[in-house]
Design a protein around this ligand. Structure first.
Ligand SMILES: Cc1cc2nc3c(=O)[nH]c(=O)nc-3n(C[C@H](O)[C@H](O)[C@H](O)COP(=O)(O)OP(=O)(O)OC[C@H]3O[C@@H](n4cnc5c(N)ncnc54)[C@H](O)[C@@H]3O)c2cc1C
Length: 343
């Protein structure tokens, strides 16, 4: 069938996408842009119900390699026009970001990344501690060596971006199905040939696995190894902070494992703590849908202590939300892209 735009379940398609988080919906959108319109996306529950709904929504462009940085740079550019193109708000605000170093080694790492990015057109400037304070006035700059300013970084509402992708993909002819779990990927003679869902089979010679933290187990059924594991991931959101400057850029402090985002007069403080808490190694409940995990203040406390020294006004504000959600990580923090080796 071509251009499966009705939301009936088709029996065949050129491409089946498993998973309706931001990644799967982006793949559907981009395939239709490439003229591949016979696309069916199957989401087991509701769109965004896995990880996407609770992401902090930071949009950053500097990555560890040229290819990853170029991909992230493209994403930033796309977010600048996606709302106008689809008519669906994305919440994109291009306020820039500051990456700040407390050590010479971190500064060197940031400098190498920044100059690599500059080579292919990523706007970035070196900033002194004084300039960091000018752009992010609540920060205490004691011990800060310097940093880098990325004017094109920003923030989005991840659910809204996903819905913009969905709208664009549907306009392009894709069929997006919710409440349609893929229970099995079909393989014949070492090649994929479709999927089994709870409502029947869809034949397709291309299947894209975008199942987030569920992907590893689905792929393992057909002998495909996906090195992917979920870990608990934390952020807090403060009460409204009187006098907090509006439109602050995002602030990253790699040496303190933390990032700060201003949102509607509150601060979101998130972390990538050095010793993470793996989650879901005994399987993930099939009922998982917009779930969060129990808070763990003891685990977050060392980050909060450093944050209170770095942003002293945090000592005087209440915490409105302590969020803990699972996010899947690869061992080297790079994306898993491309054809699988085994099938
Ligand atoms: C606290 C927190 C903060 C974050 N902050 C940021 C941030 O600031 N910036 C950023 O870029 N990223 C951030 N992330 C990471 C970001 O949320 C994820 O990288 C992103 O949401 C992953 O999207 P995804 O589509 O791969 O996975 P998911 O959103 O988990 O989507 C996978 C989907 O596949 C579906 N699915 C799974 N198996 C099947 C099946 N067999 N059949 C059908 N459907 C299936 C699931 O139901 C789910 O909806 C954050 C994550 C967390 C937890």
């Amino acid at each position: 069938m071509s251009g499966a735009s009705s939301e009936q379940m088709p029996e065949q398609a050129d491409v089946v996408i498993v998973g309706g988080g931001i990644a799967g919906c982006s793949v559907a959108y981009h395939l239709t842009k490439l003229g591949i319109t016979d696309v069916v996306l199957c989401e087991r529950k509701q769109l965004t119900c896995g990880t996407t709904w609770h992401a902090a929504g930071l949009v950053t462009q500097l990555r560890a390699t040229r290819q990853m940085t170029e991909l992230a740079k493209y994403t930033g550019e796309l977010f600048g026009r996606l709302e106008a193109e689809t008519g669906q708000a994305t919440g994109f605000m291009q306020r820039g970001s500051l990456r700040v170093a407390n050590t010479e080694a971190r500064f060197e790492e940031l400098a190498r990344g920044a100059w690599m990015g500059r080579n292919f057109g990523l706007p970035v400037d070196m900033v002194t501690p004084g300039e960091i304070k000018e752009r992010w006035s609540p920060v205490n700059i004691d011990g800060i060596v310097g940093g880098f300013w990325f004017p094109n970084d920003g923030q989005v509402n991840p659910t809204d971006v996903t819905m913009a992708y969905v709208k664009g993909a549907r306009t392009g002819g894709a069929c997006i199905l919710e409440n349609t779990p893929v229970t099995k990927i079909l393989v014949e003679n070492g090649r994929v040939c479709g999927v089994v869902t709870d409502k029947g089979e869809i034949r397709a010679d291309k299947v894209v696995i975008c199942g987030g933290m569920w992907s590893r187990d689905l792929a393992a059924q057909i002998g495909v190894t996906l090195p992917l594991h979920a870990a608990e991931h934390f952020y807090i959101v403060t009460e409204t902070i009187p006098g907090l400057p509006a439109n602050l850029p995002v602030l990253f402090l790699g040496d303190e494992c933390s990032y700060y985002k201003e949102d509607a007069g509150k601060l979101l403080l998130g972390c990538f703590e050095p010793v993470a808490k793996p989650w879901g190694h005994n399987g993930i409940s099939p009922d998982f849908c917009f779930d969060s995990l129990p808070e763990d203040f003891e685990h977050f406390e060392p980050i909060l202590e450093m944050a209170t020294r770095r942003v002293p006004l945090l000592a005087d504000v209440g915490i409105k939300l302590f969020f803990n959600g699972p996010e899947s990580f690869t061992p080297d923090d790079r994306y898993l892209l491309g054809e699988t080796a085994e099938v």
